[in-house]
Each structure stands twice: as C-alpha cells, then as structure tokens.
Write a new protein. Structure first.
Length: 497
C-alpha cells in the first residue's frame, strides 16, 4: 500500500485521536472513515469515551459491538435501500457495483446486494478499485471489463476524492452516453453542493445521485445565509456540513444534561492498557472516563431539532427519519426528481409532509418525476445489452408440411413465422433481460416431423427448448417440462427437465 496513503488515511487520524484521548477527553467528533471507526471504537469501549461521526456511515458498525460509537448522519444501509428501490422502480434486474476497496464502500455494497435480493434483483458484477486512486488510469482497466458486460446499470460508491476520477475514466471509454445508467451515492451531490467545477458537471450529465434530505426551516435558511457571508461564496455548504454542525450541538446538549444531573468528570487508569506499557503509542497515558456510560446514555436520550431536522436515536441506534433527495444532473442544474424515505419509500412529496399522513408503501404510490438520461434521452434505458460473447439458445421448431398456421418457414425469406412463434417472441420481449436465441428447424420438409422425437431432442440437450403445436401427453412430460397451455388444444413451449 502507498506509504503516503497509509499515513494520511490510517496513521495520521489514529495518532491524532490518541493525542486527544491522552488529555482526558470525554467525547470525540470523528473519525471520518469507517476503517478508523472500527479501530478506534474498540479503544472507545475500553475508555468509555463516545465517538460521534457524521461521515463514517458503514452499515456494519454495530451498536452492540461498539456502544460508544454514534453515527450522527443516516447509516449507509438506508442509502443502499433507496438505490435498490430505484432499481426496482425503473424495472431493472441487474446492476454492476463500482467501489473502492475499503471498509465503508465494501460494506455498503454488501448491504446493497442484500437489498437488491429483496427486490428480486442482483449485483451481476463487482468492479473493485484500489483503496487509493491516483489517476483515472487506475480505474480504466476495470472499467474496460465493465464495458464488455451485459448490464448497463452502474452504481458507484466511493469517496468524493475518487468519484470524479471514476467518471473521467468512464468518459474516456465512452461509457457516459446513450444506453448507460449511472447511479452514485451521496459523494457526487456533496461535490456539486460545495465545490462544483464545469468538468464535473460535464461528466455528470444524466446521472442520478442521492443527497441527504434536510427539511427547509427558517433556522436553516439563516445559517446558510451566514455561511455564504462568512465564506464570501467561495465554498458551498453541503449536507455533511449541516450534520457536522448538528453533531456539535448534540454532544453539547448531552454534556449540559450530564452536568445538570450532578455528574462529575473524573478519570482512572485502565489496567489492560497499563499492562501494555508505554511504547511508541504511549497507551498507558490513556485513562478511563468514569462516567462515560452515563454520558453515552444522555447522547442516546437527547431529543432536539437541528439544521437537519429532528435529531434523536431509534432503539436500533439509527438516526430518526432517514431520507434522501434523488437528483438528476441536467446541464448545470441538480434537478430533483423525488425523495426516498424509510416511511414512504419513493415519492415526489417531501417526507415530512407524508409522515403526517397514514403510511402508504403500495406500488401505485411509488412515483418519481421524469429523468434526462446520459446522452440526453428521456426514454428509460432498458439497462442491458446483448452479451458480446453470449451463447444463443437453440430453439427447435417443427418443420410442418400441413396446416402452417402454427409454425411455418417462408421459402423466400427463410423466416420462421406462425402463431406459436408470435407467442414466443412476445414472451421474450417481456423479459427484463437479454435472451439471444436462434430457431432451428426440425424435420425434412416433406412430411410432418415426429413431435415425441423433438421433445426427446430437448431432453438430451440438442435443443435448449422447442416451440410449436406440441401436445402435452404423458410420455412427453416424463422427459421435459411444459409451459402452461396457451391454446385450447394444449399447444406449448417445452424445455428440458
């Protein structure tokens, strides 16, 4: 692993956190990454020091395992649930996940896979990128593999540092145009809300991204106005900034309650860390916050309204009412096409307005506004292409001589037609994925073929299936499966058992 990356990503944050905790710290806002959260939360358990993070949103950071770790922004589990709902809403069945190989991205994609399965969808391929990306070239080789695959629905989960490099590589490979669907997690909206550039907007045309939904309020408007004045409009304010502000007030409220209860701030030595000794990390200098359990409970019990809306924790330790805005990038605009919330799922109505109504998650209630897709199309992409090296299904068709209404080959064009063929093609069109096939005639063309022999050819694998006016009789059902009859006479498609 790159030594500079190791220092900036792992060693530097760890050293900084330990330096804070050597000074008898009662709570820490951080860390920024889930990798560090996993490491430091073990130490927090020993020292009874609460950690509050609005960016380390890994779904696997369990409150049972890490009771002193608090996620003060919605857990990535909900973001992945929202994406799975979007995939299902647009009637796609497979996606390709593109992510960096570190804990938050990796565990988030695992959660996405679970949520897609609940919707009878799946991740068809995981494009795993290095945990540190220096240039778009680091991405191109993996995206070349993705380009050769069937699915055209791509979900990107990474940090805002690396996201633009992924899009840059995709642009070089011609993967941001017609037929593609790109869905990104909140990293893209955070860039466009804070420090957008023309280059990022250009690469993001037609993309869908998520953004934390924070209800409008007078307090929020005043804060944003003050921020613009202080920053002189040089840096925008994204939703992470609002959650950072609320996190500070959350610990301040909990600490005020703690002191008003008459609790004292005191520390004692930890025998386990003392046994480890000093060493380079100087772990023996760390002390246990004696009333840390009480402060932790006060954080859990805090109920306040911040810039981001209501702030309190559910029994599962999730922040209450997680919701997202679904954004479509069009020109230099972030067009909002709807919302997702754990109360109503997909809707064009703001979640806070729906929560005062009876809950409705019916299929009919799931709505989003229209989307402008990559390439400028307003028609929903089908989400897949025929695989370039895909094997065609061999469909056996009886070469009839008499009564060609059901199955017939035109002697001039050699096209296979007929009622049974029309039914088969209509069924294929309704499938949400590609099924390449070819018709192979069975029989000599001088007399009607033996249908039992045709069914036998399916059972031994010479044909993948057969289409025609094939009657369902006992002997044939022993060697092949039949579809439901689609004529009164029992004409069907057969497939091997």
């Amino acid at each position: 692993m790159n030594s500079r990356f190791w220092y900036s990503y792992m060693l530097c944050p760890l050293t900084t956190a330990l330096q804070f905790m050597e000074k008898d710290t009662v709570a820490v806002i951080g860390p920024q990454t889930s990798t560090m959260a996993h490491v430091l939360s073990h130490l927090a358990n020993e020292l009874h020091v609460s950690f509050l993070s609005f960016t380390a949103l890994d779904p696997t950071l369990s409150p049972i395992q890490y009771p002193y770790f608090f996620q003060t922004a919605p857990n990535d589990l909900f973001q992945m649930t929202a994406i799975a709902e979007m995939v299902s809403y647009f009637q796609w069945t497979q996606v390709i996940a593109i992510y960096t190989d570190e804990e938050q991205s990796r565990n988030g994609i695992t959660a996405l896979g679970d949520k897609l399965i609940e919707k009878r969808c799946k991740i068809s391929y995981k494009a795993v990128l290095p945990p540190i990306i220096s240039t778009s070239y680091d991405v191109e080789e993996e995206l070349k593999k993705v380009k050769m695959m069937e699915s055209r629905v791509l979900v990107v989960h990474t940090y805002s540092t690396y996201g633009p490099m992924i899009l840059e590589a995709a642009q070089k490979l011609g993967m941001l145009g017609n037929g593609y669907v790109w869905i990104t997690t909140s990293w893209l909206s955070s860039i466009l809300d804070s420090q957008p550039t023309p280059e990022v907007y250009k690469m993001s045309q037609g993309l869908l991204t998520l953004r934390f939904h924070t209800p409008e309020s007078q307090r929020k408007r005043e804060f944003v106005a003050r921020w613009k004045n202080l920053s002189k409009n040089s840096i925008g304010l994204n939703e992470y900034g609002l959650y950072a502000y609320d996190t500070v007030w959350l610990i301040a409220r909990a600490m005020t309650t703690f002191l008003n209860q008459g609790n004292k701030i005191s520390f004692s030595n930890n025998p386990i860390l003392n046994a480890v000794g000093g060493g380079n990390m100087n772990l023996s200098a760390l002390s246990v916050f004696d009333a840390g359990n009480r402060l932790m409970r006060n954080i859990l019990e805090t109920n306040m309204t911040g810039l981001t809306g209501p702030i309190w924790f559910t029994p599962e330790r999730y922040l209450v009412d997680p919701s997202y805005e679904i954004i479509n990038i069009v020109g230099t605009q972030m067009k909002q096409i709807g919302y997702w919330s754990n109360y109503s799922w997909l809707s064009v109505v703001a979640p806070e307005k729906l929560r005062i109504r009876p809950q409705n998650r019916s299929i009919a209630s799931q709505k989003l506004y229209s989307v402008v897709w990559p390439g400028g199309s307003k028609h929903r992409p089908r989400g897949w292409i025929f695989p370039r090296d895909g094997k065609k299904l061999k469909i056996g068709v009886p070469r009839r001589v008499s009564f060609p209404f059901f199955v017939y080959q035109d002697n001039r064009t050699h096209a296979v037609t007929g009622y049974c063929i029309d039914i088969f093609k209509a069924a294929i069109k309704r499938l949400p994925y590609a099924v390449p096939y070819e018709f192979i005639l069975f029989g000599d063309g001088h007399q009607n073929p033996n249908y039992s022999e045709l069914v036998k050819r399916v059972s031994v694998g010479e044909f993948d299936a057969a289409v025609g006016d094939i009657a369902i009789v006992t002997d044939r059902t022993r060697v092949a499966d039949f579809t439901q009859p689609y004529t009164d006479s029992g004409l069907v498609v057969v497939a091997p058992v």
